[in-house]
Design a protein around this ligand. Sequence first.
Ligand SMILES: *Cc1c(COP(=O)(O)O)cnc(C)c1O
Length: 392
Amino acid sequence: MKGNRRRETRIVHAGSHPEKFRGAMNPPVYRASTIVFPTVEAMREANKNRFDTTYYGRHGTPTSFALEEAMADLDDGYRSVAVCSGLAAITVALMAFVKSGDHVLMADTVYDPSRRVAQFLAGCGVETTFYDPTIGAGIATLVQPNTKVVFTESPGSLTFEVQDVPAIAKVAHAHGAKVLLDNTWAAGHFFKPFDHGVDVSIQAATKYIAGHADVMIGLVTAKTEDDWRAVKTQSAIMGYCAGPDECYLTLRGLKTLDMRMERHQETGLLLANWLAARPEVATVLHPALQSCPGHDIWKRDFTGSSGLFSIVLKDVPAARVEAMLDGMSIFAMGFSWGGFESLMIPANPTSIRTATKWQAAGPLLRLHAGQEDPDDLIADLEAGFARLNGAA
Ligand SMILES: *Cc1c(COP(=O)(O)O)cnc(C)c1O
């Protein structure tokens, strides 16, 4: 389904095989553990091709194959691997490329649980060095002879520094290291990983791709067959797989991804610009705004921005911030993001980071711009600022 068709056409048809499913546009939900074989020979053949055909539920079903095919098509990758969560996607991708004695470089601004994976790897004899996300080609100074993976996430978690992924990839490849990217923020919509030197792209598809706050799922897409095979083999070793309903819902979410992302972008920008003009706000950390570190790189490498960004408030007592957050009527407080709903949470990167020092004027709030009416969202924020300022 690739050819020279445009993305808008491909996204509609990616992973669809009506010829296999009696004309149905969407693959059925295969709830299968046991797959039975008519002969020993058929069983042997299926075992040989167990990543491509139904062999045992854990290795994949036509439902997961359809989703994996669609994601790889949109990313222009070789093939994808679906697993049970975004974090599982990170774990499996890292473990596929390191062994005891190896070294990993990881951005200091990664999603915090990715650091826990690095901690776990330390126990397996894999050392990790964290790097400043603005390092660019300067990452050469941190590369060791045993560096096997550079793990990036751009923009960074909570603070949204945009990394020079092509410059980092150039250095990594010169030393034979793989470049892994947690590409969740751009959602497979605003950043083409394999055009920018990435080898393996990771999506917490829980977020925008599934898009409706009801699914936990991760997708790992590799640019080459060898890298795909390494990830798929690792996921088979670890027993990772994605449930059939989750795969079905994620493929369904993918069909409307482009339209949803445009709306998240529009509302996100509107809110970011409105917030930038508020006297209570010290900085807006949104890659599309000049004030965000790496904004020029974002302009060069990305085709747009999603709905997730942060603001730094001017110094204000914690109780006032709590009054603001507790009273929000549309913005909800909760982890995850990428669904239809607007969210706002307090976060403090200070205790998380090790290679950089987070210094800010005041508290940080992370916002997700949902699909609600933007004027209603602004009214909610305006009332929130009144509480922040001490009004009832
Ligand atoms: C949420 C998130 C993950 C983890 O995804 P889960 O599906 O919640 O496990 C990974 N990376 C980023 C950037 C995320 O925001």
